[in-house]
Design a binder for this molecule. Sequence first.
Ligand SMILES: C[S@@+](CC[C@H](N)C(=O)[O-])C[C@H]1O[C@@H](n2cnc3c(N)ncnc32)[C@H](O)[C@@H]1O
Length: 207
Amino acid sequence: MITSPEVERYLSEVNPPADPLILEMERSGRERGFPIIGPQVGQLCEILARSIGAKRIYEMGSGFGYSTWWFSRVVGPDGQVVHSDGSQALSDEARDWLTRAELANRVRFEVGDARQLIAAEQGPFDLIFCDIDKEGYPEALELARPRLRSGGLLIVDNTIWSGRVAQPNPDATTAAILEFNRQAAAAPDLLTTILPLRDGVSVSYKL
Ligand SMILES: C[S@@+](CC[C@H](N)C(=O)[O-])C[C@H]1O[C@@H](n2cnc3c(N)ncnc32)[C@H](O)[C@@H]1O
């Protein structure tokens, strides 16, 4: 988190999600300390996806399906979200949650390294979301760029990394995020900004 605890509390109270299932997913994540994007970033993802009429979304690092819930609401019954994760158990769990939400029929579940999985996809996607292990971010950027349609969005979580991107002597994980942020800013086909929401969310528009 990069905002103060008071601001975080205010943000979580002013506009909480109302859906009982997403609240249950948040509780489940909290109870086992599983890192999810949380409601503010979830709402941001839904708004951004709706604003471009996204129908084809690729998620890299989907966990137990919390972020997938936000995206799969947007695409409609004729759209598709690809849920990808290295863990079969998390993929199975995500299918259970999304079945309960009556959204599983618009989700394709892929298990493996999301970088290899997306490399096998042609795209183009309207939106690509990345939340894998941070060392993989620079490679994920190179894989995502050619698979985004013009006017599409790349959304990447944790790009401020609790403020560590602004500290001296970055460790290997922080160095990878710094490299991702540098490359995204320099990419001639992307317009990028980093929103200081939660742990930092990078949003890139494909020109
Ligand atoms: C931060 S959690 C994702 C949370 C999810 N996006 C959400 O907000 O609900 C990261 C997930 O990515 C998966 N993961 C990490 N590196 C990966 C990789 N290279 N390929 C596929 N999955 C990966 C982990 O198994 C974990 O479930």
